[in-house]
Design a protein around this ligand. Structure first.
Ligand SMILES: [Zn+2]
Length: 189
């Protein structure tokens, strides 16, 4: 019987488990190549499980392609444009409706099953702004709406858009619109 190594190169137990379980929550977190087949897959791929010692882990499809692995025809690991766009759209839609809540990159990444780093990079690739900047834009545009359409105090409006620090709200509002909240309200009433 062959001794099982504690770690097989860069394959962690967690990654191996994800491959064995065809775990979709690991998709886009890593890819695995099967050295004997010369192909690479997403963790969720339903193809025959590889032998553990033949598995090689990649962070992204490009790394695998660079080492001359071919994308699996079944799970199409390079066909990731649409899933990435869908993922980012889901995150953006969540921000659109939950802007009043406490939102951080970590919270969003946890909710949408990605790493903060991956979310930051993918979001920016698709939306041209970071998730944090997107949150700020939504909050300020909502604040502009409330300032013109409601009689609520500036402090209540700041809280309603998820910003509890008044000084920060004032600074951010001015940075995005060129006006203080009070001046903006006067101009638009
Ligand atoms: Zn596959």
């Amino acid at each position: 019987m062959k001794e099982e190594a504690m770690t097989d190169g860069n394959l962690s137990m967690e990654q191996w488990q994800a491959i064995m379980d065809n775990d979709t929550s690991y998709d886009k977190k890593f890819y695995y190549g099967v050295q004997t087949r010369g192909i690479f897959c997403r963790p969720s791929c339903k193809s025959r499980p590889p032998k553990k010692e033949n598995v090689k882990i990649f962070e992204n499809p490009q790394q695998a392609l660079d080492e001359d692995y071919r994308p699996c025809k079944r799970c199409k690991p390079t066909d990731k444009q649409l899933p990435a766009e869908e993922w980012v759209d889901q995150v953006a839609t969540y921000i659109d409706t939950n802007f009043a809540e406490h939102l951080t990159l970590q919270i969003l990444a946890d909710l949408f099953h990605g790493s903060p780093f991956h979310l930051q990079r993918t979001f920016k690739q698709i939306k041209s702004i970071s998730p944090t900047e997107y949150i700020q834009e939504i909050r300020i545009s909502k604040a502009m709406e409330y300032l013109t359409a409601s009689g609520f105090s500036v402090m209540d409006i700041a809280l309603a858009v998820g910003i509890s620090n008044m000084a920060y709200f004032g600074t951010l509002f001015k940075q995005k619109t060129g006006y203080t909240p009070t001046a903006y309200r006067q101009l638009n009433n």
